[in-house]
Design a protein around this ligand. Structure first.
Ligand code: SAH
Length: 301
């Protein structure tokens, strides 16, 4: 999974109608604006520390960063934008939208400063392990086809995700700040096979075309909460649709429609896509991690 996704992201921009999948920030600017508003409010309530920076894990095309930073700049936040991004193709796209960004290969080189950190659909792309009836399941070559070496009841874990979460938590605990993590997944750890492949907006067999399709697995938010540890505070897990509405996305949509009446239908469709229970609204969830000396971001209580 790690090798396939490294190749996959390094060799293409998979986002958008012409690619393999569409993410929330690519649906509408309103998503990044709500994230920016939550971070702006949190930063102000933390006393608006001038040394804080914006940081994002796996920023895709940079759309979320550019929409969130517009809101943050409007309240006086002047911190730099730091991106943890492995893909050279996506780094170039991010640089087009956020020319002054700084790039990192991993979380541990982010500056030792208070963080306003965001990760949307980053954790689902990190590799998982699967255990079948107590034995780790591996992929082997049978003839010239890839195949799983065993079947059985599957339990998943992800040491890579746990490490990424622990790294973020350690930074927040040491230097202060808040992180918003958005992804699909489950609130409680549970057995089950959630590995999936998506190609051109359709599910595909997971072992087909290695490195040519998007491999993800559901995020186990209970495991994430555990990996964050006890030196930070972790919020409740809230459905994306509910969180966006608490942040005021409906009022924002109305304002955008007043300013662009000819786009009313497209804005309504985007709002429904981001918040609708049958669309991204309940499948995607959001959780916040923050240092004890920073307030909890809004929308979780
Ligand atoms: N957050 C963006 C993109 C999500 S796709 C959006 O919402 O549109 C996943 C992103 O994570 C891509 O930018 C991909 O290149 C990056 N990524 C995946 N695995 C990574 C890794 N191990 N290290 C750094 N970035 C990674």
């Amino acid at each position: 999974m790690e090798a396939c996704n490294a190749f996959y992201y390094a060799t293409r921009d998979p986002l958008g109608a012409a690619g393999d999948f569409v993410t929330a920030p690519e649906v509408s600017q309103m998503f990044g604006e709500m994230v920016g508003a939550a971070l702006a409010d949190c930063w102000k309530r933390a006393g608006a520390p001038a040394n804080a920076i914006y940081a994002e894990l796996g920023p895709g095309r940079g759309t979320l960063a550019s929409d969130a930073l517009r809101v943050l700049r409007a309240v006086g936040f002047a911190g730099a934008a730091h991106f943890v991004e492995a893909s050279p193709v996506l780094r170039r796209a991010q640089k087009d939208l956020v020319p002054a960004g700084r790039w990192h290969d991993a979380i541990d080189t982010l500056p030792r400063r208070p963080l306003l950190l965001v990760a949307n659909e980053f954790f689902d792309a990190l590799p998982i392990r699967q255990v079948a009836d107590g034995v780790e399941r591996c992929v082997s070559l049978v003839g010239d086809e890839l195949a799983f070496d065993r079947i059985g009841d599957i339990v998943e874990d992800s040491p890579v995700r746990d490490q990424a979460t622990a790294d973020v938590a350690a930074r927040l605990a040491a230097n202060g700040g808040a992180a918003l993590i958005v992804d699909y997944g489950h609130e409680k750890s549970a057995p089950g096979d959630t590995l999936q492949a998506v190609h051109k907006h359709q599910f595909a067999p997971v072992l087909a075309d290695p490195g040519e399709q998007d491999l993800t697995a559901h995020v186990d938010f209970e495991a994430l909460r555990k990996a964050a540890g006890s030196n930070v505070q972790v919020s409740r897990l809230v459905a994306q649709g509910e969180w966006l509405k608490r942040l005021g996305i409906v009022a924002r949509a109305e304002a955008l429609i007043r300013a662009n009446p000819d786009q009313a239908e497209a804005i309504h469709t985007a709002l429904e896509r981001l918040t609708g229970a049958d669309q991204m609204g309940t499948l995607f969830k959001i959780i916040a991690i923050h240092s004890p000396d920073w307030p909890e971001p809004v929308g979780f209580a």
